[in-house]
Design a protein around this ligand. Structure first.
Ligand SMILES: [Zn+2]
Length: 152
């Protein structure tokens, strides 16, 4: 299990609005953002630190996003498209998150309220660090919040 040095600890305050990808995932929860080396600054930044799977992500590269100036998939006439449904199903099953739920929360309450609720949801109750969506335990203090999540 990858552990991140305490000095590098990120808190839920780091879950900024500009880290929310078009699909509704907050990139601040991603291991690629939280790890110490070759960090990725999120789907809305360049290709640095991105894994093959992210570089080939069909949602990040979706032709609808630049074409119609969409901020989120939420604004797309094709929502929910098959690619987003597949991604959502994978994250529901493997991790503790749903892109579609996130998008609906953004629609209901706006991005600021959504980020506020995420800051409460993804805070480690033991150490106050931000939880990584891809791990079953806190990357800072090792606190295990669930035993049902498969390691990413
Ligand atoms: Zn912790």
């Amino acid at each position: 299990m990858l552990k991140v040095k305490a000095g590098e600890k990120r808190t839920p305050q780091d879950l900024r609005i500009d880290l929310i990808a078009p699909c509704g995932m907050n990139c601040g929860l991603c291991m690629c953002y939280l790890r110490e080396k070759n960090t990725c600054e999120g789907c809305r930044s360049g290709d640095k630190g991105k894994s093959k799977s992210v570089l080939s992500c069909t949602i990040r590269k979706c032709e609808m996003v630049p074409e119609s100036n969409l901020r989120f998939c939420l604004d797309c006439a094709k929502l929910p498209c098959p690619r987003l449904k597949r991604l959502d199903a994978r994250y529901r099953e493997k991790y503790r998150m749903s892109m579609l739920e996130n998008l609906h929360a953004i629609r209901e309450n706006g991005t600021e309220k959504f980020v506020e609720s995420e800051r409460a949801r993804w805070r480690c109750s033991e150490c106050g660090g931000v939880q990584c969506v891809h791990t079953a335990e806190c990357i800072y203090c090792g606190y295990v919040w669930t035993t049902t999540i498969l390691a990413g």
